[in-house]
Design a protein around this ligand. Structure first.
Ligand SMILES: [Cu+2]
Length: 508
């Protein structure tokens, strides 16, 4: 059916062309062929000039109409240091090529009109003019040379990497963006300021980036859901991809770099405008108090006319600028530029991916040991607890949260010693301190057995402490079995809380 229709259309067009030809022939016959040709020349020449004027007015009109929506114009001054340089290069190029564009368009149509075929006018034949050729070769060449030289200087400056002499964490910060269908995985380096090593062979459901957990620099790395950066700080973004080509694009910062599987790329930039400052710019008013950019004063959500305006809801964005698949659009992420204080607050709330998702699991190579900072944290926590108990009149109990036993036995787990060593230090610090070591179980199983198990566990703790030099008289041990639950025995969490070792201050 479609084929038939196309055939019919072609046939009809053919008929129209043939009929038009006949019409011209007829007209020529009536008016004489030459007269008709001259009239056509005249019409085409004048129409050309009219077209040129309309076209150039259209060009200027479009530019004026869209001036506030184009990056680099109106409120959209670049929000980064190098962005201003790049915009400057674009402006220079636009001005130079714009002037050439207008001059050549005007000349083209004006010449077509002025030298249109007329009766008694013979064409001027010019075989060669060296002077003219030199002029129209040299001027564009010089212009091009200037544009390329200027552009290259700016390009090299904008695309430069961090000089090797810089020290990580001092002059700049490094973050990482990994593109995949269809999301950006964003990684921050954590307090150490260094992104840990990765290996694609280690990528799995629980390790989406393939981080090598043997590398301690990975242990504090944070996976975040948005990019938040402090204003004025130089940032190096490490860019990679896991499947196809993506493109890391921060339009407002003039940052754009391919994310290539297997080849890490980077972009260094310094944000200079906070999100709030950019919003204020979009929402700015003129002298009479009218919006300078009215389109940014319309409601952000059209179904909510009284809700926030577009400029108030504005956020910088990270987009994928490579058509990488069907859900390519969903790779959008928000980017926030904030003050150093706000950034510090935000980064403090981000958690290490290792500690929240890997620590203690089967994929944790450090499962059977405590990391230095954990030892320190536990020590601080224990000291806080004992100080609280020492100064309290009523609550004289210290719960040993990290003292555990093998299932059903009184054998201490290897990691329990760190907590017990803290107890030893406390006993050494407070000469008059005596503590009752109390063992408690949950209500599962036989009460008698539980009682003896709790007793054995309390004694096991006491004998560890005594092996470290604490006199057994200062640490009487006692098993309470199921008698003193602190939580319900109906849930696994409750039972876990009830299985515990406690110290009760007897004298201090
Ligand atoms: Cu993509």
């Amino acid at each position: 059916m479609t084929g038939l229709l196309i055939l019919l259309c072609i046939l009809l067009i053919g008929v129209v062309v043939v009929q038009l030809g006949r019409l011209v022939e007829l007209a020529s016959d009536i008016r004489g062929e030459e007269a008709a040709q001259l009239a056509a020349n005249d019409f085409n020449g004048r129409f050309g000039v009219f077209f040129m004027v309309a076209f150039l007015i259209g060009c200027i009109g479009c530019t004026v109409y869209y001036r506030t929506s184009t990056l680099g114009y109106g409120p959209h001054t670049a929000a980064s240091e190098h962005g201003v340089w790049l915009d400057g290069a674009f402006h220079t190029t636009l001005i130079v090529t714009g002037i050439v564009f207008f001059l050549t368009q005007i000349a083209l149509f004006w010449f077509a009109f002025k030298y249109r075929g007329r009766a008694n006018r013979v064409a001027f034949f010019q075989p060669h003019d060296t002077k003219l050729e030199i002029i129209w070769t040299a001027i564009p060449a010089l212009m091009m040379f200037y544009l390329v030289a200027d552009g290259l200087t700016i390009w090299n400056k904008a695309m430069a990497d961090i000089p090797e002499t810089s020290v990580i964490g001092v002059d700049y910060m490094e973050i990482e963006a990994t593109g995949k269908q269809f999301a950006w995985d964003l990684r921050y380096p954590g307090p150490d300021g260094v992104l840990g090593a990765k290996n694609f062979r280690k990528i799995s459901g629980v390790n989406p980036l393939g981080q090598d957990w043997e590398d301690i620099e990975n242990l504090d790395d944070q996976h975040v859901s948005e990019i938040v950066l402090p204003v004025g700080k130089q940032v190096r973004v490490r860019i990679t991809a896991q499947d196809v080509l993506h493109n890391f694009y921060l339009p407002h910062f003039r940052v754009k770099m391919d994310a290539v599987p297997g080849i890490p790329t980077y972009f260094v930039f310094t944000p200079t405008t906070t999100t709030e400052e950019y919003r204020a710019r979009l929402g700015s008013l003129d002298k009479e108090g009218n919006p300078l950019y009215p389109e940014w004063h319309t409601p952000f959500d059209e179904t909510e006319p009284d809700g926030p305006k577009r400029f108030e809801a504005f956020n910088y964005e990270l987009a994928c600028a490579e058509l990488c698949g069907k859900a390519h659009f969903s790779m959008r992420r928000e980017v926030k530029i904030v003050s150093q204080g706000e950034y510090d607050e935000w980064i403090a709330a981000q958690t290490s991916y290792y500690l929240t998702s890997i620590r203690g699991s089967d994929s944790d190579p450090h499962k059977d040991k405590l990391l230095d900072f954990e030892i320190n944290n536990r020590k601080t926590e224990f000291n806080d607890n004992i100080n609280k108990a020492l100064s309290s009149d009523t609550d004289k109990i210290i719960r040993l949260k990290y003292v555990n036993f093998e299932t059903g036995s009184a054998t201490l787990t290897p990691l329990s010693r760190f907590e017990l060593d803290n107890v030893v230090s406390a006993m050494n610090n407070y000469a008059n301190l005596t503590l009752e070591v109390g063992g408690h179980t949950d209500s599962t199983g036989d009460a008698g057995k539980n009682l003896s198990l709790s007793d054995a566990r309390a004694n096991s703790v006491a004998s560890y402490l005594s092996s470290k030099g604490v006199n057994l008289d200062r640490i009487p041990a006692r098993g309470y079995g199921i008698d003193r639950p602190i939580d319900t025995n109906d849930t696994p969490e409750g039972r876990q809380n009830n299985r515990r070792t406690e110290l009760r201050i007897l004298t201090q």
